[in-house]
Write a protein that binds this ligand. Structure first.
Ligand code: 5RP
Length: 225
């Protein structure tokens, strides 16, 4: 099976977690996009969705799914999103698609986080994938120094084919931090959150996944945390 077929398989499996009549939280990225396409097929079963990025909002609307502002929603039962890495405790690195801050916000108000990922995303120790950190633009250099002092090699994310900084939906910059072997994700999440100028860190450990649907050649594996 190709990686896309594995992503499609977990996206289909995640439909089982959709609660009829409710508003669902929807993540960002290629796996989340497959999920949105599946959601489009059952859209009359749900009230609508809260999106974790402008790209996701636009894809949801393209399927005729109502997109709600989080400020108008009291609670979300289920949030479905991909991951760049996930470990055996359900802690994740996210933000490859630059949507980490809104993903974290929607996940924080959701009862259940359902991670959908192809099998390559399951790792023993987080950190091979460079850790995305969203920062206030004027603090980029200062935060870079602080992250380097923690042992990482931060690099400003640029727009494809350009040397200009990539700008997120929130007007932030992203520092991708390579070289971290993250043995204590909860502690590192706290440490990076405390750096002034950081908007959010792409470590989802304090609020990790509750379930991970992992696409493998042998079918979809369900990991519960
Ligand atoms: C976006 C994310 C994505 O969930 C993560 O990058 C995985 O993406 P994909 O499903 O394309 O592999 O965190 O900010």
């Amino acid at each position: 099976m190709t990686q896309d077929e594995l992503k499609q398989a977990v996206a289909r499996a995640a439909i089982d977690y959709v609660v009829d009549g409710e508003i669902i939280g929807v993540g960002t990225g290629s796996t989340a996009n497959f999920f949105i396409d599946e959601l489009g097929k059952i859209k009359e079963r749900i009230k609508g969705a809260v999106a974790s990025s402008e790209a996701t909002a636009s894809r949801l609307r393209g399927h005729g799914i109502a997109v709600f502002d989080l400020n108008d929603v009291e609670s979300i039962s289920v949030y479905v999103d991909g991951a760049d890495e996930i470990d055996a405790s359900g802690a994740m690195i996210k933000g490859g698609g630059a949507a980490l801050t809104r993903e974290k916000i929607v996940a924080s108000v959701s009862g259940k986080f359902v991670c959908i990922a192809d099998g390559s995303k399951l790792v023993e120790t987080l950190g091979t994938f460079p850790l995305p950190v969203e920062v206030i633009p004027m603090a980029a250099a200062a935060v870079t120094r602080r992250l380097a002092a923690l042992g990482g090699q931060p690099r400003l994310r640029t727009r494809a084919g350009s040397t200009d900084a990539f700008v997120t939906d929130n007007g932030g910059y992203i520092l991708d931090v390579a070289g971290l072997s993250i043995v204590d994700p909860v502690a590192l999440e706290t440490t990076i959150n405390q750096i002034v100028g950081v908007i959010a860190v792409g470590l989802f450990a304090q609020r990790g996944a509750d379930v991970c649907l992992l696409g493998t050649g042998e079918g979809v594996r369900t990991l519960r945390f």
